[in-house]
Design a protein around this ligand. Structure first.
Ligand code: PRP
Length: 207
């Protein structure tokens, strides 16, 4: 599996704001939007384009457009904070939704919502979730996508644990991963260390 860590001073500084316990919900959401912009920009670097003639005020020249715009899939709740920025950057993208909550005791993902196109064959899918800890939620989400025919999946996360990366790799799914940081690991509650806390709670309040 291909894992890319976006190494950039602006990304590192926004990630620091997200990690900082003193950042309030609004500051956390704003930093997440900014970082999403950079992660999606990097994720799209190799995207296929097609050429067409564009008429400028002066002449006709060759322009490009995305050959195959992706489907964006925010994982609720935390991924919601990434979808507006991602779709601003890719206006041609469609959006599907998956609701996934991690059981606090077992740490197992519990799917509670799935709103996706029936057939995802041939469509690049970008899963948006700020955190991948055990990887259970991401693997389960990609299970749902693959069951609909997806063969080209990109997971876009802010922070991930090595345990999550290993779980995604072990799943054998056709996925690549883009993140701002691979953190040290998980604590006894399966929370990312140093992490950034609970990205859902820090955007929207406790549930
Ligand atoms: C968080 C996070 C991921 C998941 C990561 O969501 O946004 O979806 O946990 O953990 P995992 O890799 O061990 O599965 P959470 O379940 O807290 O739900 P929320 O987004 O509604 O807060």
């Amino acid at each position: 599996m291909n894992t890319q860590v976006v190494d950039h001073p602006l990304a590192a500084s926004l990630l620091t704001t997200m990690r900082d316990v003193r950042s309030d919900n609004a500051a956390f959401r704003a930093a997440l939007r900014g970082l999403t912009h950079m992660l999606v920009y990097e994720a799209m670097r190799g995207a296929e384009v097609e050429q067409f003639d564009v008429v400028t005020p002066v002449a006709t020249t060759q322009g490009v457009r995305l050959a195959n715009p992706p489907l964006l899939v925010p994982v609720l709740r935390a991924g919601l904070g990434m979808v507006e920025q991602a779709s601003t950057l890719i206006p041609q993208a469609s959006v599907g939704f998956v609701g996934m909550a991690r059981d606090e005791k077992t740490h197992q993902p519990v799917p509670y919502m799935e709103s996706l196109p029936t057939d995802l064959s041939g469509i690049p899918v970008y899963v948006l979730d700020p955190m991948m800890a055990t990887g259970g939620s991401m693997v389960r989400t990609i299970d749902l996508l693959v069951a609909r025919g997806a063969t080209d999946v990109t997971a876009i996360c802010v922070v991930v644990a090595p345990e999550g990366v290993a779980a995604l790799e072990a799943s054998g799914h056709p996925a690549r991963l883009i993140a701002a940081s691979v953190d040290d690991g998980l604590n006894e509650n399966a929370f990312l260390v140093p992490g950034l806390g609970d990205a859902g709670d820090r955007q929207f309040g406790p549930r």
